[in-house]
Write a protein that binds this ligand. Structure first.
Ligand code: DQQ
Length: 567
C-alpha cells in the first residue's frame, strides 16, 4: 500500500524519526524508530518531562530504552538524549516501564523494570538524576551497588513482574508504598490468569518489603501491566490530588492495563492503608469484560497519570499504537503516538471518572467556523466548510427533537457495547440516531469515519429508561484494504431525558480522539484514509435516525502544529 506522509499526526505527541546524518542517499526511513509507549510523566522545576519506551533501531517493538522529551506546556516538545538504556547487569535485556516519584527534598527518582536475563527475568531498578539542579534532568545514574532494588521472591512469577508505580507515603507512619503489576502464580504450566498488584513498602526508598497479600487482584484479567493508583476528590471538582493524599474526602482509583485484551480498565474504591487493601465500590467492575469501565473504549493502552502541581490537576496520558500493518510501519518509519493529555477527575456521581483534553491544547486553535441551530432531518447530512479539517478540534452540542422513537435494546446485546455497535453501525437506520460526525471524509464520502450516538429504550425494570451508546465506526475509513478497523463503542452514563448531548473530536490526520457527554465516555481510533488526506479531508454532521436532530452549536477549529521533538 502507499503510505502518505500526510497521515503523520500533527499535534499528538510523537518522536522525530531517526535519520542518518550526512548521507542523503541512505534509506532514512528504515533507520527510523519507534515503538512508543508511556514510561513516566513528571513535572520538575517548570518543565514537564516525558519518558517513554522507545526502540532506537526500528518501528517495531524491541531494544527498549527510555527516551526523554521535555515541555513547558505539554503541547510543544523538545527531544533530549536517551534517559535510560541497558548498562548494568540488572537491565541488560531492556529498560522497561516504570514511574517517577518526587522525594520530600524535591528530588525525583525513577523506579523501572529491568530485564536481567534473556529468558525475561524481571527486577526493579532505581535511577537518580546526576545533577538535580538541572531542570532538564538530562542525565540519570543507576548506582550498581544498590540495583536491583526489588527482585521477584516468594513464588512470584519472575517473567510477569513489572511496571512499578509512583510511590506514595502515609503521613501516620512515614512508610513509602508502591505497586508492582503481576499475575498470580498457579504452579501450572499455563500460568495464572488472576491479575494482581503487589504492594511494597519502604522507609528509605531503598530497602523494600512486600506486603504478603496484594493490594488487589481480579480473576481472568491476566497480567496487570502498568498499574496506576491514585486519589481523587469526592467533591466532584476538577482539582487533582497529590498521590499521597488519603482520608475520608477522597476515593481511590486503581487502573490496570490488560495485556490479554489490550485495554486500560479502572475501578473506583476505598484504600485502607492500615491493611494495605483496596476495595472497589462496585465489585462487578472487576468481573466480566462488559462490566469493566475503561478510560477509553478505543485504542488506548499503558497509560499513566501524574499530579501536576503547577495547575493542581491530575493528568492522564495514554499510548495509541498503529492499526495499519507492520510493513507499513517500517515504510512510514514510525509507529505509536500518545493521546492528547487529559485532565481526569471524579464524576459527581462518584461512580466513574471524567476526562477532558488539557486546556493547553486550545492554544493550538486557529481559524474556526461555527454553526448554530441547524436541523438535520432523518437521512440527511450537512458539510462543515470553510476550514481544513484534517487537523482540527470540533465541539458540537446536539439536541434530539423527540426520544419517543428510541428503539428497544436487544437484551442479548445490552451488555456488549462493541457487538451492539458492530451490529448497528453508522449506516444502520435507528429510531433516535445514529447521529454524529463523519470525520476524515472524502469528497463523495466513500471514505469516512463515523463518530456517533444512538439512543435505546432500556428493558423494563432497568434503572434508567434510556441508554445512550457512543461509537466510532471506521469500517469505511479507507479504501486501503490492509487495515485493522475495529468498531469501538461504550455506553454513556448520562441523562438524555432533555434530549441534549455533546461531542468533542480531536482530529489529527490518522487519529480521531472523541469525548462524549463532557468526557464521560472516550474513544480513540486510528484510521488511514487513502483519499481523505490533507486538504481533501472533509467534515460532516449526519443523522441516520428517524428522529430529527438539531445541532444547537458546532464550532470547528483548524489546529496548528506545535513543536514536536524537532519534526
Ligand atoms: N510494555 C513494557 C512493559 C509493559 C508493557 C515493555 C506495556 O514494561 O508491561 O516495553 O505495553
Amino acid at each position: 500500500s502507499i503510505v502518505d506522509p500526510q497521515l503523520k499526526t500533527g499535534y499528538h505527541f510523537q518522536p522525530i524519526k531517526n535519520w542518518i546524518n550526512g548521507n542523503a542517499n541512505l534509506p532514512n526511513l528504515l533507520s527510523a524508530l519507534v515503538e512508543l509507549e508511556l514510561a513516566a510523566p513528571l513535572y520538575y522545576k517548570g518543565w514537564y518531562h516525558f519518558f517513554y519506551q522507545y526502540n532506537p533501531k526500528g518501528a517495531v517493538w524491541g531494544n527498549i530504552v527510555w527516551a526523554h522529551s521535555v515541555s513547558r506546556d505539554l503541547i510543544n516538545w523538545h527531544a533530549l538524549e536517551t534517559a535510560l538504556e541497558p548498562s548494568i547487569p540488572s537491565d541488560q535485556y531492556g529498560c522497561w516501564s516504570g514511574s517517577a516519584t518526587i522525594l520530600p527534598d524535591g528530588t525525583p527518582v525513577i523506579m523501572y523494570t529491568g530485564v536481567a536475563s534473556p529468558n525475561n527475568y524481571q527486577v526493579q531498578n532505581i535511577a537518580y538524576p546526576k545533577n538535580a539542579s538541572d531542570p532538564l534532568l538530562r542525565e540519570w545514574v543507576k548506582p550498581s551497588h544498590i540495583n536491583p532494588i526489588i527482585v521477584p521472591e516468594g513464588g512470584i512469577n519472575a517473567t510477569q513482574f513489572r511496571d512499578p508505580t509512583t510511590a506514595w507515603r502515609a503521613a501516620g507512619d512515614g512508610h513509602w508504598r508502591l505497586l508492582i503489576g503481576s499475575v498470580a502464580p498457579t504452579g501450572g504450566t499455563r500460568g495464572g490468569t488472576r491479575g494482581v498488584a503487589y504492594v511494597y513498602r519502604s522507609r528509605d526508598f531503598r530497602r523494600w518489603t512486600r506486603v504478603r497479600r496484594p493490594l488487589h487482584s481480579a480473576p481472568a484479567t491476566g497480567m496487570w501491566e502498568c498499574p496506576d493508583f491514585y486519589p481523587v476528590s469526592k467533591d466532584g471538582r476538577r482539582v487533582g490530588l497529590e498521590t499521597s493524599v488519603m482520608g475520608t474526602r477522597v476515593k481511590h482509583v486503581l487502573k490496570n492495563s490488560l495485556d490479554l485484551r489490550r485495554y486500560d480498565y479502572y475501578t473506583v474504591g476505598v484504600y485502607d492503608r492500615r491493611v494495605e487493601r483496596y476495595v472497589p465500590d462496585d465489585p462487578a467492575g472487576d468481573e466480566g469484560e462488559s462490566r469493566r469501565m475503561r478510560y477509553d473504549y478505543g485504542n488506548f493502552y499503558a497509560s499513566k497519570t501524574f499530579y501536576d502541581p503547577a495547575k493542581r490537576r491530575r493528568i492522564l496520558w495514554g499510548w495509541a499504537n498503529e492499526s495499519d500493518t507492520a510493513a507499513d510501519d517500517v515504510a512510514k518509519g514510525w509507529a505509536g503516538i500518545q493521546a492528547i493529555p487529559r485532565t481526569v477527575w471524579l464524576d459527581p456521581s462518584g461512580k466513574q471518572l471524567l476526562q477532558w483534553p488539557i486546556e493547553e491544547v486550545e492554544a493550538l486553535r486557529r481559524k474556526s467556523v461555527t454553526l448554530k441551530d441547524r436541523v438535520i432531518k432523518p437521512g440527511q447530512h450537512l458539510e462543515v466548510t470553510g476550514i481544513q479539517t484534517a487537523q482540527a478540534d470540533v465541539e458540537v452540542s446536539f439536541e434530539v427533537s423527540s426520544l419517543k422513537g428510541a428503539e428497544p435494546l436487544d437484551p442479548a446485546l445490552a451488555s456488549d457495547a462493541e457487538r451492539l455497535c458492530g451490529a448497528k453501525g453508522a449506516d444502520v437506520e435507528g429510531g433516535v440516531g445514529p447521529f454524529g460526525l463523519w470525520v476524515l471524509a472524502s469528497a463523495n464520502r466513500e471514505e469516512r469515519t463515523a463518530v456517533f450516538f444512538r439512543v435505546f429504550r432500556a428493558a423494563a425494570g432497568s434503572d434508567k429508561p434510556l441508554m445512550v451508546l457512543m461509537c466510532t465506526d471506521p469500517t469505511k475509513s479507507s479504501l486501503n484494504p490492509d487495515l485493522y478497523r475495529p468498531t469501538f463503542a461504550g455506553f454513556v452514563d448520562t441523562d438524555i431525558s432533555d434530549g441534549k448531548i455533546s461531542l468533542r473530536s480531536l482530529i489529527d490526520r490518522s487519529v480521531v480522539e472523541s469525548f462524549g457527554a463532557g468526557g464521560k465516555t472516550c474513544i480513540l481510533s486510528r484510521v488511514y484514509p487513502s483519499l481523505a488526506i490533507g486538504k481533501n479531508a472533509r467534515l460532516y454532521v449526519f443523522n441516520n435516525g428517524k428522529a430529527e436532530i438539531k445541532v444547537s452549536r458546532l464550532t470547528a477549529w483548524e489546529m496548528k502544529k506545535p513543536l514536536m521533538n524537532g519534526a
